[in-house]
Ligand binder design. Structure first.
Ligand SMILES: *Cc1c(COP(=O)(O)O)cnc(C)c1O
Length: 237
């Protein structure tokens, strides 16, 4: 999780609202300077979660959730969710069709029963990656900052010769992903803001070096060992 203490400090200082994009943060908890851990999405004014199939708690299609302790925001969210109607067919706002599909809700209810085991298995896999990859030059492993409980929704590494490594892994039957190949300031949809290449060098470098290795609860230890072996092989050449 991001440094929520710092974010809340800035928001207080400037009287800003905080909407937490916790789409990937299901199960993550932040303590910071507080005395109890707080779940991602419960620290700001509102939080959102995605139930896209690949997420830690994923449905079999699209879905998501908004959480808030603010009654007003809660009521508005409920209204916007069903086309902007508070009373059926009486529209106060122009809203969305954003109901959580009943079938997806049923699937999520069942998956909720097993979610802690799934999170634990993700952690075991992450630890195995850390152990096997720690001494490979050319690779940087994720670092947990601050007092928090992480969840390994992805296992991202920063790597030298990322594209060649990715190609090598693919050739050996290993699926990877790049989250994300292009930073926001270089996306067409934000061109009107006038940013150019070089304006956010850290983001740009991360986009060139980042690679997500396979991680999901059903992945077996032998498979993780195989991935690590192939990475080692690549950097030996
Ligand atoms: C997946 C994701 C989203 C989008 O979620 P949807 O369910 O596709 O709307 C937004 N933000 C982050 C950080 C995500 O990972």
């Amino acid at each position: 999780m991001a440094d929520m203490d710092h974010i809340m400090e800035i928001s207080k200082k400037h009287s800003l609202s905080v909407l937490e994009d916790a789409a990937e943060a299901f199960g993550m908890k932040w303590k910071g300077k507080g005395d109890t851990y707080r779940h991602a999405g419960t620290i700001g004014d509102a939080g959102i979660f995605s139930f896209f199939p690949t997420k830690t708690l994923g449905a079999y299609g699209d879905g998501g959730m908004i959480i808030t302790n603010d009654d007003k925001l809660g009521e508005l969210s409920r209204i916007y969710r069903v086309h902007g109607a508070k009373t059926k067919y009486h529209y106060d706002y122009i809203g969305y069709n954003s109901r959580l599909d009943t079938m997806q809700a049923a699937i999520l209810n069942v998956k909720m029963k097993y979610i802690n085991n799934a999170i634990k298995r993700r952690e075991e896999i992450a630890n195995l990656y850390r152990e096997r990859l720690k001494d490979i030059e050319g690779l940087k492993l994720p670092v947990i900052k601050g007092d928090q409980i992480p969840v390994y929704y992805v296992f991202n590494v920063l790597c030298e010769k990322r594209d060649e490594l990715n190609e090598y892994l693919k050739k050996n039957g290993i699926g990877t992903s790049i989250y994300y190949p292009m930073p926001l300031h270089l996306q067409n949809c934000f061109s009107y803001l006038g940013y150019k290449k070089g304006d956010f060098p850290v983001s740009e470098r991360a986009c060139k070096e980042i690679l997500a290795l396979p991680i999901y609860p059903e992945l077996r230890d032998e498979e993780v060992e195989y991935v690590c072996e192939k990475i080692r092989e690549f950097y030996k050449k």
